[in-house]
Design a protein around this ligand. Structure first.
Ligand SMILES: Cc1cc2nc3c(=O)[nH]c(=O)nc-3n(C[C@H](O)[C@H](O)[C@H](O)COP(=O)(O)OP(=O)(O)OC[C@H]3O[C@@H](n4cnc5c(N)ncnc54)[C@H](O)[C@@H]3O)c2cc1C
Ligand code: FES
Length: 276
């Protein structure tokens, strides 16, 4: 009989780099200690892992880099509690446990040839960055790519250097805004939905991907629907407290669905049915 992988058993991964993003957010670059395991590790944007800090416990985190860049993978983490603070105290060479990849992924093959609209808020940009890199690495498969991003203040913007590169690319439309300005900021000030009037969006041929705080997601979806987007072309993620990550413990149920196993990615059409 073929041996099935143990879904509860973490694999050891080593931190190979840590990048400061904002005062409370860092990007950790990981590589599995076992090279053979690392080379066979396959995942898609939108999926997540259960990451364990030994002696403390585990928590779910989404991939922030593209599977087309195989040497390592990034996870961007905001320090909010015991586990994430312990991670922030770690550095290059330190080791964690990783179970995954878990969950479903963002539609990719089905949207080839369509225009793509990304709408990210705050720490919601990292999972979208995974898909953005993936699509930019296969740029000729997609139509226009528009990225709208908002954060509380200029200090809270993640991937600051990379945002400048996106701004300069001729094959990407990138517009950023902040809720509150700071000295030296000359860009947009206002909530993410105000960027819609600045981006020439064509609801008919476009699929929208949203990730951010729940209140932002709610208002953005309302606007997209009123612009004429079909409910199946609005894709977002749902966040729930999770434990097992594999559909066994019932921690993440919404109706008859497990967010960890059937999600975390849902279209608005699916989401509406669940939340009603
Ligand atoms: C599928 C998925 C992907 C995620 N991806 C990322 C990511 O890429 N980067 C990142 O920084 N965080 C991500 N999170 C959130 C992350 O799992 C929590 O921040 C983490 O569990 C906090 O652990 P802690 O022990 O440090 O904090 P705790 O002490 O457990 O919690 C601190 C605070 O955060 C709240 N909190 C904890 N977990 C969640 C949750 N799942 N949803 C909403 N609020 C929560 C608690 O209610 C509390 O107020 C993701 C969550 C899910 C479900
Ligand atoms: S986290 Fe256990 S069922 Fe989803």
């Amino acid at each position: 009989m073929e041996k099935r992988p143990n879904i509860y058993l973490p694999e050891i991964a080593r931190i190979v780099e840590v990048r400061d993003e904002t005062p409370d957010t860092k990007t950790f670059v990981f590589r599995f200690r076992d090279d053979q395991f690392h080379d066979s590790f396959a995942w898609r944007p939108g999926q997540f892992v259960e990451l364990s800090v030994f002696g403390l416990g585990e928590a779910p985190f989404g991939f922030a880099s593209s599977p087309t860049r195989k040497e390592s993978f990034d996870i961007t983490i905001r320090a909010v509690g015991a586990l994430t603070r312990a991670l922030h105290a770690m550095g290059t060479g330190d080791e964690v446990g990783i179970r995954g990849p878990l969950g479903n992924h963002f539609p990719f093959d089905d949207v080839q040839g369509r225009n793509i609209l990304f709408i990210g808020g705050g720490i919601g940009l990292p999972p979208l960055r995974s898909l953005i890199h993936n699509m930019l690495d296969e740029r000729d498969k997609f139509g226009e790519i528009t990225i709208l991003y908002g954060a509380r203040t200029p200090t809270d913007l993640v991937y600051k250097e990379e945002l400048k590169e996106w701004e300069q690319r001729s094959d990407v439309k990138f517009i950023v805004t902040v809720d509150r300005s700071e000295p030296g900021w000359e860009g947009n000030v206002g909530l993410v939905p105000m960027l819609f009037s600045k981006a020439d969006i064509k609801p008919d041929g476009t699929t929208a991907y949203i990730c951010g705080p729940p209140v932002m997601i709610r208002f953005v979806i309302q606007d997209l629907v009123s612009m004429g987007f079909a409910e199946e072309n609005i894709i977002s993620t749902l966040e729930r407290h999770m434990k097992c990550g594999v559909g066994k413990c019932n921690h993440c149920c919404i109706g008859h669905k497990y967010v960890c196993r059937d999600g975390p990615v849902f279209s608005y059409k699916q989401m509406k049915g669940l939340l009603e």
